[in-house]
Design a protein. Structure first.
Length: 53
């Protein structure tokens, strides 16, 4: 019953031990991209309320 949980924990440990910098940079890039997309969507909604209607 714990196979999936154990596998997930092992993957996390491997990433943190071997590729911490790469993983952190990847996560940062993802969040930066998501933030820019969310910001763009927010601006579109603010300046063109017709979209939300």
């Amino acid at each position: 019953p714990d196979t999936e949980t154990d596998a997930g924990e092992e993957i996390t440990v491997v990433i943190n031990d071997k590729d911490e910098d790469v993983y952190s940079s990847f996560i940062f890039a993802i969040f930066a991209k998501m933030f820019s997309l969310l910001s763009a969507e927010s601006e579109d909604t603010i300046f063109d309320p017709g979209i939300s209607d």
